[in-house]
Design a protein. Structure first.
Length: 278
């Protein structure tokens, strides 16, 4: 029994260490870039790096060859601005992510406690596995949902003009817009590639917009210079904190396996000794 207490104590300490790495480590890392391949000189590129942990979100943005992009943004007109707009009450989603973070921290504490109590009652260990799974669910599913839920609210700010392509741009800003995407997996996350294009109506004279909407202009015609193509890639990876927590169950499983082997060896040794004494 004393050996079992020591074993569960070591398991609880190891899980607590991994829980500490989770609380103090990075949960998600996102790196992204997008390049204006057509329509702008010198192919301006937007770079973004984003990290999320148990306390805060950090984002860094860099633009290479920014001058053509600044000129483009300042010279285009926001088409249809203020039309068909209605004011809706905003929903405060700022606390959702913090609530999920607090729930993760409490779940980590309960997981460690259950594994520590496993030396007294075996079913506490099973509760520890269950609480670990619940914590992993919060990290893999609920944290991203809480993070992006606020941005998906219809009452929130909308992307405009040069940053809109594809279906979400609508017919007001871009004409004949297309959006192609690819999705692939890597060892700790996913890669999302995109390629969007269209005719920016904000660069077209008001008298020519209807014609551009009806059919794409040929090269040299009015509106042809408004063609914009924007492509890039987004890579989302699990941070060190989540990876540490995902391997946590391997520790109690390993100790359980080693303990079972030791018990079997002890029983075999006792049986052999009894046979020899007879």
């Amino acid at each position: 029994m004393r050996t079992e207490h020591v074993r569960q104590g070591v398991v609880a300490a190891a899980v607590a260490l991994l829980g500490l790495l989770l609380v103090q480590g990075v949960w998600y890392e996102v790196s992204a870039y997008g390049t204006y391949l057509e329509g702008l000189d010198r192919e301006p590129t937007i770079w973004a790096n984003y990290t999320l942990d148990s306390q805060q979100e950090n984002i860094g943005i860099e633009i290479t060859n920014a001058t053509p992009l600044i000129f483009y943004l300042s010279s285009r007109e926001n088409v249809g601005e203020g039309e068909n707009k209605t004011t809706e009450p905003k929903v405060d989603d700022t606390n959702n992510l913090d609530d999920t973070r607090n729930l993760v921290e409490k779940a980590v504490i309960l997981t460690v406690a259950f594994f520590a109590l496993g030396s007294f009652r075996r079913w506490f260990s099973w509760l520890g596995y269950g609480m670990w799974g619940f914590t992993a669910f919060l990290l893999i599913v609920m944290v991203p949902m809480s993070l992006f839920g606020g941005y998906s609210d219809d009452s929130g700010p909308e992307a405009r003009g040069a940053l809109e392509t594809g279906d979400e741009a609508g017919e007001e800003q871009f004409a004949h817009s297309t959006f192609d995407s690819t999705l692939s997996l890597h060892s700790t996350g996913i890669n999302f590639g995109f390629d969007s294009s269209g005719y920016d109506l904000g660069l077209v004279n008001a008298s020519q917009r209807d014609a551009v909407k009806e059919s794409p202009p040929s090269e040299g015609e009015d509106g042809a210079e408004a063609f914009i193509r924007f492509a890039g890639e987004v890579s989302i990876s699990l941070g060190d904190g989540i990876i540490a927590w995902l391997v946590a169950p391997s520790i109690p499983l390993l100790f359980h396996f080693l303990g079972s082997k030791n018990e079997e060896n002890s029983e075999d040794f006792e049986t052999t000794g009894a046979d020899e004494s007879e």
